[in-house]
Design a protein around this ligand. Structure first.
Ligand code: CTP
Ligand code: CA
Length: 218
């Protein structure tokens, strides 16, 4: 009975959550990707649904169960993710961009398997092109809607994360420490465009998700 927690008159918040990695294919069986498990994004979707939000979860390839009451849309590439986010953020109130979008994709996707040549060369290279920045693209015209980004940094994390927040026009950026990948526990700092900073130390991803689900634009 998720709605019991809210006033009956309050309109249901519509949220879009992205989760997991994207996959950028080189040929039909090979791709560029990353180790994102999708856990934090799925936990956010679950926490939002539990408080009565209408949730669309746009997920890269992950092994996670769809949380109850959540509409899930599976995607592979960054460009597919952008298309779905555009479509659903249009009528939403908030975006949680927890996906680990691949920064690059192969310039060409071969239609057949990439084969070695017997010409004595021992090196090869793949031309990469930059993927669209999903968060920056849709946050540009976000208006009154809340946009939450995520970052995992090595060295000088807060400064870098704040620079991303400004560059991408987000309301918050959730800075993960690097124990987060694949783990069930998480230490994060939630940095706000309003200058706020809130650190959650060694919490379960569910506990972090609950705090994030309760965020408001200031
Ligand atoms: N992001 C995105 N689209 C991309 C890359 C990143 O929407 N092509 C989003 C991520 O989902 C995350 C935020 O931007 O919410 C920050 O991602 P991060 O990888 O830390 O930032 P980048 O801009 O890719 O910078 P870096 O070179 O440090 O990876
Ligand atoms: Ca990146």
């Amino acid at each position: 009975k998720p709605k019991a927690q809210r006033s009956r008159k309050a309109p249901r918040r519509k949220v879009v959550v992205t989760a997991g990695p994207t996959r950028e294919y080189v040929d039909p069986v090979r791709y560029l990707s990353n180790e994102s498990s999708g856990k934090q994004g799925f936990a956010i979707a679950a926490a939002c649904a539990a408080r009565g939000d209408e949730v669309v979860l746009i997920a890269g390839p992950v092994h996670q169960e769809t949380p109850k009451g959540v509409r899930r849309i599976d995607v592979m590439s960054a460009r597919e993710m952008l298309a779905e986010v555009r479509l659903h953020f249009g009528r939403a109130d908030a975006l949680y961009m927890a996906a680990a979008v691949a920064d690059w994709r192969p310039k060409r996707r071969l239609s057949g398997k990439w084969r070695k040549k017997d010409d004595g060369t021992d090196t090869a290279s793949i031309d990469l092109v930059k993927n669209p920045d999903v968060l920056a693209t849709v946050a540009k015209s976000k208006g009154e809607r809340m946009v939450v980004g995520f970052a995992l940094e090595t060295g000088d994390g807060e400064r870098r994360a704040l620079a991303k927040l400004r560059r991408k026009n987000a309301d918050y950026i959730v800075l993960n420490d690097d124990s987060a990948l694949g783990s069930d526990r998480n230490t994060v700092t939630i940095l706000g465009a309003d200058g706020s900073s809130k650190k959650l130390t060694n919490k379960s991803k569910a506990a972090v998700a609950k705090v994030l689900a309760a965020l408001d634009r200031h």
